[in-house]
Design a protein around this ligand. Structure first.
Ligand code: UD1
Ligand code: UDP
Length: 354
């Protein structure tokens, strides 16, 4: 069986690290890296530290408007599918690389495996929502992380090929947790004391591309006296420069370059709270049992909201500050599977191969 896996963005490398290791025991996998993320600390670092197999094809597409970026990927992935004639095309999540892979495969009648199927924010202004709806509607195997995702697909009349396999990011955390504990020196390097700092990540277009929302978020950070560490996404860095916002005026804020996954796990585990708009980081906060504040209006990961484990604030300054200060003690019931998602993916690939 030959599987063509399409990767392009940081969270997809992390997910692939968990899945590729397992499926390669019984499947021939070829990896296509679209080049959507290309900085060393957004791409290469993950391949190196997580031992992700080197991509068989690197498309080098880079950044651009959605149409151009997705269109260029589509044309190149189509050529590769025609050359390689895979049994399945495997895509992760909801990025432009996901959509390009799914569209190319659908037009050539190659079955698509979508990992992280069924997630919805019900906000079609998000590029990710468009990408995931379209991908789900052309997929053959829809591998969902939660029962909510299954229900979302049922509501769209999709039932064939739908399975709850749990969350692949939980596999990734379980596999790398001990390694992160024993090797990461990020706390020492950044002079941070465990449970005495907040971890921040912001990159979602709905926030970064809206000057008022960004101002409101930064105002909240200014009002929070605790030490804050912020590995800044290149998109956010560029936007803040464009807006002329000065982060060095925010008290006790340490802005650092994006970090590798092991350093990130270490930063998450030792944080007092996490403030984010990332999908993956919301879940990792839950896995690490660290309270989270999500500066978005919706979340696809509604399970994390139980008992205020994650508080959804939007970008209202006061709501963010209040949520950060709120004392919470959630029970963190396991809702994201058993950490054996990759094994379930392999079993389903075998069951569905012709
Ligand atoms: C993309 C995904 C988003 C995902 C995120 C993970 C889409 C539409 N969005 O958002 O769902 O949550 O990845 O991090 O697919 N840039 C660099 N260097 C890089 C990569 C990006 O400088 O290596 C800068 C460029 O200015 C680029 C901007 O970041 O224009 C945005 O990059 P892009 O990949 O288009 O979207 P992300 O915001 O990263
Ligand atoms: N991450 C990382 N270094 C960072 C920031 C995030 O390794 O500096 C990891 C994080 O631990 C998670 C994933 O990247 O596994 C989340 O990716 P991101 O927030 O870029 O995208 P999203 O999940 O929102 O699509």
């Amino acid at each position: 069986m030959k599987v063509l896996t399409i990767l392009g963005a940081r969270p997809q490398f992390i997910k692939a690290a968990a899945v590729s290791r397992v499926i390669r025991e019984e499947v021939t996998e070829l990896i296509v890296h679209t080049g959507q993320h290309y900085d060393a600390n957004m791409s290469d670092i993950f391949f190196e530290e997580l031992n992700i197999p080197k991509p068989d094809y690197h498309l080098g597409i880079g950044s651009g408007n959605h149409g151009k970026q997705t269109g260029e990927m589509l044309a190149k992935i189509e050529d590769i599918i025609l050359t390689e004639t895979p049994d399945f095309v495997l895509v992760y999540g909801d990025t432009n690389s996901t959509l390009a892979g799914a569209l190319a495969a659908a037009k050539l009648h190659v079955p698509i495996v979508h990992i992280e199927a069924g997630l919805r924010s019900f906000n079609k202004k998000m590029p990710e929502e468009v990408n995931r709806i379209l991908t789900d509607h052309v997929s053959t195997l829809l591998l969902c992380p939660t029962e909510t995702a299954i229900q979302n697909l049922t509501n769209e009349n999709i039932s064939a090929g739908v399975y709850n396999v749990g969350d692949v990011m939980y596999d990734a955390v379980l596999y790398n947790k001990t390694l992160a504990e024993s090797t990461s020196t990020i706390l020492e390097r950044e002079n941070l004391k465990a449970k005495e700092y907040l971890l921040i990540t912001i990159h979602r277009a709905e926030n970064t591309d809206d000057v008022d929302r960004m101002k409101s978020i930064l105002d909240a950070f200014s009002q929070i006296p605790e030490t804050k560490v912020w590995p800044i996404h290149p998109r956010t860095k560029k936007k803040l420069e464009d807006y002329g916002f000065k982060l060095d005026q925010i008290p006790n804020l340490q802005v650092i370059e994006p970090v590798g996954y092991l350093d990130m796990l270490s930063l998450e585990t030792s944080a007092k709270k996490i403030v984010t708009d990332s999908g993956g980081v919301q879940k990792e906060a839950y896995f690490a049992e660290v309270p989270c504040v999500t500066v978005r209006d919706q979340t696809e990961w509604v399970e994390t909201l139980i008992e205020d484990a994650n508080i959804l604030t939007g970008t209202d300054t006061n709501k963010i500050v209040e949520a950060v200060q709120k004392q919470v003690s959630p029970s963190y019931t396991p809702v994201f599977g058993d950490g054996k998602t990759a094994e379930k993916v392999l079993a389903l690939l075998k069951e569905h191969s012709i």
